[in-house]
Design a protein around this ligand. Sequence first.
Ligand SMILES: C[S@@+](CC[C@H](N)C(=O)[O-])C[C@H]1O[C@@H](n2cnc3c(N)ncnc32)[C@H](O)[C@@H]1O
Length: 237
Amino acid sequence: MLTVLDGKRRYLARKNGMYHIGDFAVLKDLKEGKAKLGTREVYVLRSNLYDYISTIKRKAQIIALKDAAYIIARCGIRSGWRVVEGGAGSGAMSIALLYYTYPDGKVYTYELRDDFAAIAKKNVENAGLQAHWILKKGDIRKDVEERDVDAFILDIPEPWEAVDMAKKALRQSGCIMAYIPTYNQLERVYRKMKSVGFVDLEATEIIKRNILVGDMGTRPDNVEVAHTGFMVFGRKL
Ligand SMILES: C[S@@+](CC[C@H](N)C(=O)[O-])C[C@H]1O[C@@H](n2cnc3c(N)ncnc32)[C@H](O)[C@@H]1O
């Protein structure tokens, strides 16, 4: 998969090495390096996770890339792992999980709503990562069929209601993570994980700040996303 950088705009070249703006194919037979688009020079780069996540079409709020990166590291998610996730939303976290479990792992994503499932499917397919993805219609709080999975990733409004299911589905030492926007939800899911015996608990937030490098001086960007989500982690004993 290739990414085209057209000034500040970033696009995935979706089909047969073509660069698309909307449904309009602009450049054919793309190769890594520089390319001409009319009189403009664009850069063609091999796509990475940053490209996939920053170009997805959003319907639901996504797990931010900075948070997804910590989730991957804290849980140790890697190639060959089997991961259960819910819900699909826009598919951003699914893409991160698929990227790191490739090629031998499996990601099972549970989603209640058809409209979100459809948008997540489109985004995962645009990233070309669908081969080891199983998207299931269902409630992650009660419908999970998989057992001995390596990680259980929750981004739903009531994650505490899925903690018992996670305990059933996870293997020993397997990682649970809940992503929530408010302190009330954080406390509730933390206490629930503790009460059912998850260990190595951590509640955390990642703060990222961009720095503008200018000719006259270098300083933090004055526009910032101040809050995305909190994360609560635990491991099954
Ligand atoms: C905030 S979005 C998830 C965003 C996603 N993590 C991403 O990065 O794009 C929450 C999703 O969870 C789904 N959902 C809510 N409760 C659920 C449940 N009990 N089981 C499965 N999906 C659920 C919603 O329909 C919605 O699509």
